[in-house]
Design a binder for this molecule. Sequence first.
Ligand code: K1U
Ligand code: ZN
Length: 169
Amino acid sequence: MALLPILCYPDPKLHTIAKPVGMVDARIKSLIADMLETMYEAKGIGLAATQVNVHERLIVIDTSEQRDAPLVLINPTIVWTSAERHLNEEGCLSVPGIYDGVERFDAVKVEALDADGTSRLIEADGLLAVCVQHEMDHLMGKVFVEYLSPLKRNRIKTKMLKAQREART
Ligand code: K1U
Ligand code: ZN
């Protein structure tokens, strides 16, 4: 297993649209193991392949208290959304230190392959529903700050670029 570098906003690679995973083979299983290790080490509750510069439709999530319930979604599709939407506080491992409110569906149903390549229907609500929608946005090249006002987004961009410059010196 290996820790993978996480792309940081405003890296343009974060806006790449991911392609479907062709086969759940040894390469994908190894990527899943590396993404789970990377997510747990970064203390995240989710990670999309896009964030580790792999542009295939693969997500890992663990919203459990004990951090012992990994969920792997390959080629996920939202097949149902609740009528209700709410504003939730979100963060992102690609935008460290920034938290803000984003409106999301309260509940979603998602069809996806699991780590064995078996088709599953996942019924998500609460934090899991928020996380699934956030990670599926990553696969479409969308970062949560794009829901914020242009003023806020530009401030965040400037802050991130400054932090990245300082980290290099
Ligand atoms: O995609 C990512 O960068 C992971 C991200 C997932 C996420 C967190 C919160 C709401 C939606 C999606 C994170 O794990 S950020 C760090 C974190 O653990 C966290 C931040 C805010 C609330 C709960 C957890
Ligand atoms: Zn994110």
